[in-house]
Design a protein around this ligand. Structure first.
Ligand code: HEC
Length: 109
């Protein structure tokens, strides 16, 4: 009579690593800040870039680099909310983000 024994080896991973050294770049020179994107740039990328292109240069939609000369903050917010011509309304964007974007764009002159 043969008895074959299988030894199941259960490996339980308990190696959780805590306390990765907290070397955060806190005291960095402020000139590096510009490498970071502003909140508005992120919003633009999320909502507008597909049509209006990198760096506001335009694509399917017109360039927005000097849009602040053409429209006020309020007008831009209305364009975002209601759309305009071939631009569909972007009214799924939370109002405060629309306002943030509009303010930022109104300063692109
Ligand atoms: C689906 C593509 C699309 C998206 C997304 C889009 N746009 Fe547009 N946008 C257009 C098109 C196309 C026009 C031109 C409309 C026309 O004149 O018929 C336009 C026009 C505009 C104008 C007027 C420009 C001018 O010179 O008259 C503004 C301002 C504008 N868009 C802002 C935005 C902002 C801000 C967002 C992001 C929240 C956005 N758009 C998202 C396609 C888009």
């Amino acid at each position: 009579m043969k008895v074959v024994k299988y030894l199941g080896t259960a490996l339980i991973g308990t190696g959780l690593l805590f306390g990765c050294s907290p070397e955060k770049p806190q005291e960095k020179d402020t000139t590096f800040v510009q490498e970071k994107q502003s909140a508005e740039e992120k919003l633009y990328q999320n909502y507008c870039l597909n049509c209006h292109g990198e760096q506001l240069r335009g694509g399917y939609g017109p360039g927005l680099q000097k849009v602040g000369r053409k429209y006020t903050e309020k007008e831009i917010q209305t364009i975002i909310e209601k759309g305009m011509g071939k631009m569909p309304a972007q009214n799924y964007i939370p109002k405060e983000e629309q306002l943030q974007l509009a303010k930022w764009l109104a300063n692109q002159k």
